[in-house]
Design a protein around this ligand. Structure first.
Ligand code: SAH
Length: 231
């Protein structure tokens, strides 16, 4: 049930162009900048990122930056997707929670590397569009949820890995509670404008936290995130 016919009828020359751009993106933006996990590189070389951006800006799908998607949200920069995925050290047995489905591109990367992905999004139309895209490219090891993921998704907890793809003012404690012992959480944590990508490893009732790099994400909005701006 493809909802976007343009993804199905793209002409072969355009496909070849996207494949070239994708190879170049992997070599220059990922491998050259230190992404080492060959599975991450392979998956990102095979996934049609152009299908995850709005039709009018597909030509920019492999640019070295985040791009706007609908509802004022963004699809993350390829390097950030690769880096966060590598930091998660995913395996095929992992059950992973993603907070902030957005375009579904990060979700698709995780689906190719993990056992099952649970992904939660607060904006229902984004969730629906992402679900259609993942079905169209044959990703079926995924469960979509609609709601406030700042408090996690208790019904399927615990998770081996949790990835938050929106900026949180602090590491949401409910998410740490929903990690298995030895589980890893990656989240952008900090202010509204810039954050520090942060890795949290849970060991029993304690955690160890490592700052990774400076980044810029749209806000995590919810009970354990930012309040929605009243306009
Ligand atoms: N990984 C996505 C990033 C999308 S931007 C991609 O690359 O496409 C972050 C997303 O988080 C937005 O779609 C936003 O609506 C969503 N979001 C923000 N706060 C949320 C919350 N509390 N629960 C679930 N989703 C949230």
């Amino acid at each position: 049930m493809p909802t976007d016919d343009r993804t199905m009828t793209e002409d072969p020359r355009k496909q070849a162009k996207y494949e070239r751009l994708r190879r170049k993106m992997v070599a220059k933006q990922l491998a050259r900048r230190g992404i080492r996990d060959s599975r991450v590189l392979e998956v990102m070389e095979s996934l049609p990122r152009e299908q995850f951006v709005p039709p009018g800006i597909r030509g920019a799908a492999y640019d070295d930056r985040a791009l706007p998607i609908d509802h004022g949200q963004t699809i993350s920069q390829p390097f950030i997707v690769a880096y966060m995925t590598e930091q998660l050290t995913p395996t095929s047995s992992h059950r992973v929670l993603e907070v902030g489905t957005g375009s579904g591109y990060q979700t698709a990367v995780l689906c190719r590397l993990c056992g099952h992905v649970y992904t939660i999004e607060r904006i229902a139309p984004l969730q629906a569009a992402a679900a259609a895209r993942l079905a169209a490219i044959g990703c079926h090891n995924v469960t979509f949820a609609h709601g406030d993921g700042s408090v996690g998704l208790a019904e399927h907890a615990p998770y081996d890995r949790i990835i938050v793809t929106a900026a949180a003012p602090a590491v949401p404690s409910a998410l740490v509670d929903q990690l298995v012992d030895g589980g890893i959480l990656i989240a952008p944590v900090g202010g509204e404008r810039t954050q520090t990508l942060t890795r949290v490893v849970r060991r029993g009732d304690t955690t160890s936290t490592t700052p990774l790099l400076t980044c810029r994400f749209v806000k995590l909005i919810g009970a354990d995130g930012w309040s929605p701006r009243v306009t």
